[in-house]
Design a protein around this ligand. Structure first.
Ligand code: IVH
Length: 672
């Protein structure tokens, strides 16, 4: 492809991607599947990699992240980000309304009501129609600049195409993790043996400050905007909201203009239950005086505006009897205590059980069997026990003795220092751990054997036919006929699914074998860095740490996994079955001949590439990457924070030191 063709292709892909993105986020419609969308994005990424000079700073590929930010600069807000006063009752709201009426000296006024979204507030600055800055609230006066992370949020426009756009303006909104995304994230964490996150809000807040924008993109944050600041020809809050909608920002359609406080109260009542059906958590209503001139007249107190207030819903909570505590064993052997409750009807559903997280939580709550406990349903699907109703405690309430043995296999439990959960160490003999491992193995992100389900695995286990994932590859049709209701067609389907899974790439296999803390992304990084399983199995702790984003916790877990003879044996069996245990290199496309036969040492950190990317690019173009500097070395590729000793040595030996942009020039076939 020539640069000219590439330019046209890049423009076409950009337009297509922006179109589908907007359809999805602004109109809640889709014309193509997620996979098709990802394919378009992948094609664009590839083209931009081949022709870096054609990459625009507003390219939709910014959405996938990939850059590492070591620390976020602190910036001052142009207008301070204030907070809101809270009210909890009708009287308090009526008091607010009286203050407004008094402040406006009898002039008529209207309110705008919006839901109070539970996330992290964000300020977005646009200049000449381009998003230039995203800043967290911080202390209200100054916050952290997290622009690269904000750009991964697909509902935030990177550019705005509209007539009469002010040269510069600021938009404020709430960045959040949709409920479903949060639940999925926690399931994934549980699956790889990570502790679950407590709530969506804190997770969103942690996510906007992650160093790896690629990881931020994978988290799938979203954003609702509710404020427009700057020189605009609008007179009311309503007009500014309409303008934001026109400019294709993501505005929650739940807002409403209310003529008086009575209508406000109706709005509050309307959303009290309905808000639980929304895709995100909300904890109240924000009431704002609609006229911007009147807002000015009313002004601010030291902390918050006099023209707006928040009404907070009471979390729905009820008291019920704790009948007992049962214990669940997860795939990784982690024990979760569960409160068995006298059934109650709460926020639309009957609640019989609630998670108690771990032994510390039981102690913290000072729970006893027979106690009456308060149960609350927040945004999460699983309700939680928030406190003991001490007034109702009788001397019959029995203290809880935490189990010391696994409820499934009787093995004595262990508790590692620094971890809240108890574990069953009988990894290879405890039924839920065995079944859980096979379920993990067949899931879509792993070996993708969708012709089998939880039930099938359960039965095959009961029949003694499935004790490890490798047993899947020994199953015969006769074995499958032993299952309930399995006929020729479904048996064949299962065998086909199992056979097809052998084509899964190495990174999927590495994820599937279930090393604790090794999620899909980590598996991809390990696969890319080490290329095959033997290199990972024999890697030392320090060598593992050299792989991108592998920390001590993961390195330790990998070492422990491969230390166990049962795991080594399992890998041998899977190898024999024909699974992929090495990376299949892609077709080679050379950027230029410039790197052919040349040797490089890479040092420091880089803006556009991870070190492994650079390594791949050099090798793909016929170069070699060495680890130490000698007189024969052609280039020292120097990034930020390169060690001074390396630099000195290269200078002494007369080795050419090149920067990242120089390297790119070289790559494009130019001379430097
Ligand atoms: S307007 C002067 N509208 O609540 C403050 N804020 O306690 C103007 N929030 O920091 C804020 N939903 O993070 C506004 N519809 C909404 C909101 C909202 C959530 C958050 C925001 C703000 C906090 C104030």
């Amino acid at each position: 492809m020539t640069a000219d063709q590439a330019k046209k292709e890049i423009a076409a892909l950009t337009e297509k991607i922006n179109y589908h993105n907007e359809l999805y986020y602004q109109q809640n419609r889709t014309e193509i599947s997620d996979q098709e969308f990802d394919k378009l994005l992948e094609s664009l990424i590839k083209l931009e990699e081949q022709f870096p000079q054609l990459k625009s700073p507003h390219s939709p590929t910014q959405r996938v992240g990939g850059t590492i930010t070591k620390s976020f600069p602190t910036v001052y807000h142009k207008y301070p980000m204030l907070s809101l006063g809270n009210t909890y009752s009708q009287e308090e709201l009526e008091d607010f309304d009286s203050r407004v009426a008094k402040g406006l000296d009898g002039d008529p006024y209207e309110y705008m009501c919006e839901l109070k979204f539970d996330g992290v507030s964000m300020s977005l600055t646009y200049e000449n129609g381009v998003l230039v800055r995203g800043v967290t609230r911080g202390d209200g006066v100054r916050g952290d600049e997290v622009t690269t992370n904000v750009k991964t949020i697909r509902s935030i426009p990177l550019t705005i195409n509209a007539k009469n756009l002010p040269e510069s303006f600021e938009v404020r909104g709430e960045v959040f993790l949709p409920r479903a995304v949060f639940e999925k994230l926690n399931k994934e964490r549980e699956d790889i043996g990570e502790e679950k996150y407590a709530n969506a809000r804190n997770t969103a807040s942690g996510t906007v400050k992650m160093q790896d924008s690629g990881e931020v993109a994978r988290r799938k944050l979203d954003c609702y905007v509710y404020n427009l600041l700057g020189d605009n020809d609008v007179e009311t809050h309503e007009e500014s909201i309409k303008k934001l909608e026109q400019w294709k920002f993501n505005v929650s359609p739940t807002y409403k203009k209310c003529k008086n406080i009575k209508e406000v109260l109706k709005y509050i009542e309307h959303w009290e239950k309905k808000r639980l059906e929304l895709p995100l958590e909300t904890d109240g209503v924000v009431i704002k005086v609609n006229s911007l001139e009147q807002q000015q007249t009313l002004g601010f107190t030291a902390k918050s505006p006099r023209w707006a207030i928040a009404f907070k819903y009471k979390a729905e909570s009820m008291s019920t009897r704790l009948n007992g505590v049962t214990y669940q064993v997860g795939r990784t052997g982690a024990i979760t205590p569960v409160a068995e409750l006298e059934p109650i009807f709460l926020a639309g559903t009957t609640v019989k059980r609630a998670s108690l997280h771990n032994a510390n939580e039981i102690e913290r709550l000072d729970l006893r069997i027979g106690d009456y406990v308060f149960v609350e349903k927040g945004g999460e699907i699983i309700p939680k026990v928030t406190a003991v109703d001490q007034a109702k405690r009788t001397n019959k309430a029995k203290p809880i003795k935490y189990i010391t043995e696994c409820p499934e296999c009787g093995t004595e439990l262990i508790r590692t220092e620094g971890e809240a959960a108890h574990y069953c160490p009988n990894v290879n003999g405890c039924p839920p751990q065995i079944k859980g491992r096979v379920e993990h193995f067949i899931q879509r992100k792993a070996m993708d054997i969708d012709s089998m389900g939880e039930q099938t695995i359960h039965q095959l286990f009961e029949l003694g036919l499935l004790k490890t994932p490798a047993d899947l590859y020994d199953l015969t049709k006769a074995d499958l006929f032993k299952l309930d209701k399995v006929k020729e067609k479904s048996a064949q389907n299962m065998l086909d699914g199992i056979a097809q899974s052998k084509a899964a790439p190495f990174e999927s296999v590495l994820f599937a074998i279930g090393i604790r803390y090794v999620g899909k992304t980590v598996a991809e990084k390990l696969a890319r860095h080490f290329k095959n399983i033997d290199a990972i199995m024999t890697a030392t702790f320090d060598q593992l740490l050299e792989a991108p984003e592998i920390g001590e916790k993961i390195a330790q877990s990998v070492i422990e996994f491969f230390r166990m003879p049962a795991n080594k044996k399992e890998i041998e069996r899977l190898k024999k079955a024909g699974l992929n245990f090495e990376v299949v290199e892609q077709e080679v496309v050379m950027d230029s001949e410039n790197l052919g036969g040349k040797t490089f040492v890479i040092s420091g950190t880089f803006e556009k590439y991870e070190r492994d990317d650079l390594k791949d690019v050099i090798i793909r173009n016929g170069g070699k990457v060495l680890s130490s500097i000698s007189g024969k070395l052609d280039y020292l590729l120097a990034g930020d924070n390169m060690g001074p000793a390396k630099k000195e040595k290269a200078e002494k030996l007369g080795v050419k030191i090149i920067s990242e942009p120089e390297f790119e020039k070289l790559l494009k076939g130019k001379s430097i």
